[in-house]
Design a protein around this ligand. Structure first.
Ligand SMILES: Nc1ncnc2c1ncn2[C@@H]1O[C@H](COP(=O)(O)OP(=O)(O)OP(=O)(O)O)[C@@H](O)[C@H]1O
Ligand SMILES: [Mg+2]
Length: 456
């Protein structure tokens, strides 16, 4: 039996092992082809029957009938049995006739370079039921190359599907990790925003403190000069200095006293009080910074939502003041809720930032409302900004959706809010009247049911 060189690999391994070793998308029908000695159309039916009994034909359902190197039909073992061998006098009646009279004249023929996907489609379309034949493989000129088994195609398809699902799984994992990275970068962005806000906030009291300390330094210098002059007069008295010397020292003291504003002592007290107050402001801001710097910790805590709102307002305070936006608080009686404070802070900051950015007129107002409904704490953030067009409203929670100019908005703010609220098993909704304003409503369960290990 001669084996064409290009089929040697496929033929050398068994069909099942050859399919598992070719799982790539580029697998072709040629990889499933085996050399099977073809039958000539003139071969007598009895000889074909004997061929089926050969050991090398034992695993084949059908044999290819080839004329002039091209497939003209196939003969199935099952049909031969049915029509010749189990019929009374079948062998005597048909045995000497050529197989061409009994073969199936539309055999399944597949091109060697067809993909496994194409092959499975063609087999599905052309195969007879019940399955009683194998397929014939031809080259690009239609010349016979060998035969293949339908089951091998199924095996190859199965491996391919397994491979695909593995690829999909990997793609899914990559997507998840890049999403996590995006969330991380959004955290970094809000961290940056927060740091800039805090730096600005700290700068104001720091300026007062510097000024007060400088003024205190000057006042202390004047005072120490005055005390020195008193000391020198007292020294002259104790030492019994002569008249002119005593008079000189007294004159010097008079000069210092005339130059010294006694009211400065009161000023100094006020300056020091103010300094203590400003340092307190700085300490408070640093405290807020510490709260926010735990953005990546999903630690659950029982906390007053109003504290979270105030904290977010403080961080966004810089921009709010710049736009002269009025803050209206309509706080209800809300018991402390169990949540991840850093994350809910981030949600509130994103909403307040969006509201601030949406206000383009001078009468800006943001209303923060809280109340309890059932087991949920409700927080509403409402602005009188430009509103959201109806065609945009349904997309605002999608990652990367932004109407802001390129480079200004990432479009991640609200999608992160959505994720955080979802992870807290809460709900977030938006309603908007274009030109009049927007309201975001967050409902958070008062008892935590959030999985602490979930990101972000
Ligand atoms: N209060 C609001 N008023 C009007 N439009 C809003 C408001 N909040 C969100 N939007 C709209 O929803 C879009 C998406 O908001 P999101 O916070 O997700 O991204 P962004 O603000 O555009 O970008 P980033 O938050 O990264 O700066 C915004 O571009 C804006 O069109
Ligand atoms: Mg935003």
């Amino acid at each position: 039996m001669s084996i064409p060189a290009h089929l040697a690999t496929a033929d050398a391994s068994s069909a099942s092992t050859s399919t598992t070793s070719h799982t790539g998308a580029g697998l072709r029908v040629s990889a499933l082809a085996h050399w099977v000695e073809p039958i000539a159309p003139t071969m007598p039916i009895l000889s074909v029957g004997e061929r089926f009994l050969h050991a090398d034909c034992a695993s084949w359902l059908s044999l290819p009938v080839i004329d002039n190197r091209k497939p003209v039909g196939s003969i199935s073992r099952y049909e031969l049995m049915q029509r010749v061998y189990i019929k009374p006098f079948g062998r005597e009646l048909h045995g000497k006739r050529p197989i061409s009279g009994m073969m199936h004249a539309q055999p399944l023929v597949l091109a060697a370079d067809a993909t496994i996907d194409d092959a499975s489609r063609m087999i599905a379309a052309g195969i007879r039921q019940p399955i009683m034949e194998d397929f014939i493989v031809v080259d690009d000129k239609g010349h016979y190359l060998g035969a293949g088994k339908v089951l091998d195609v199924l095996g190859a398809m199965e491996s391919r599907l397994a491979q695909r699902s593995m690829e999909l799984e990997q793609a899914y994992r990559k997507l998840k990790s890049s999403q996590a990275q995006l969330i991380q970068s959004e955290k970094m962005a809000s961290l940056g925003q927060m740091v800039a806000g805090i730096a600005h906030e700290i700068n104001t009291p720091l300026g007062y403190v510097r000024n007060n300390v400088e003024m205190t330094q000057v006042a202390l210098g004047d005072m120490s000069g005055l005390i020195g002059s008193y000391q020198s007069v007292v020294d002259a008295l104790v030492a019994g200095a002569d008249e002119p010397e005593f008079a000189r020292r007294v004159a010097q003291l008079e000069g210092k006293r005339a130059g010294f504003d006694i009211g400065a002592l009161d000023d100094l007290r006020a300056l020091l009080e103010d300094t203590v107050f400003r340092v307190g402001q700085i300490a408070e801001l640093v405290g807020n910074l510490k709260d926010f710097s735990r953005l990546d910790q999903a630690r659950m805590e029982r906390i007053d939502v109003h504290k979270l709102i105030e904290s977010a307002l403080k961080i966004g305070g810089n921009l709010l003041r710049k736009k002269n936006i009025q803050i209206v608080r309509q706080f209800g009686k809300v018991p402390p809720i169990q949540c991840s404070p850093a994350q809910i802070n981030q949600v509130l900051l994103n909403l307040i930032t969006n509201a601030t950015q949406a206000i383009e007129h001078a009468q800006g107002r943001i209303t923060l409302r809280t109340h309890v409904v059932g087991h949920f704490a409700l927080i509403a953030v409402e602005d009188n900004g430009k509103g959201i067009a109806p065609q945009h409203l349904e997309h605002i929670f999608e990652p990367f959706f932004t109407t802001k100019p390129i480079g200004q908005g990432t479009g991640l703010g609200l999608s992160i809010c959505f994720q955080i609220v979802e992870q807290h098993r809460g709900r977030i909704r938006a309603a908007s009247a274009p030109g009049a304003g927007t309201r975001f409503l967050i409902a958070l369960p008062m008892q935590a049911s959030k999985n602490v290990d979930e990101s972000p």
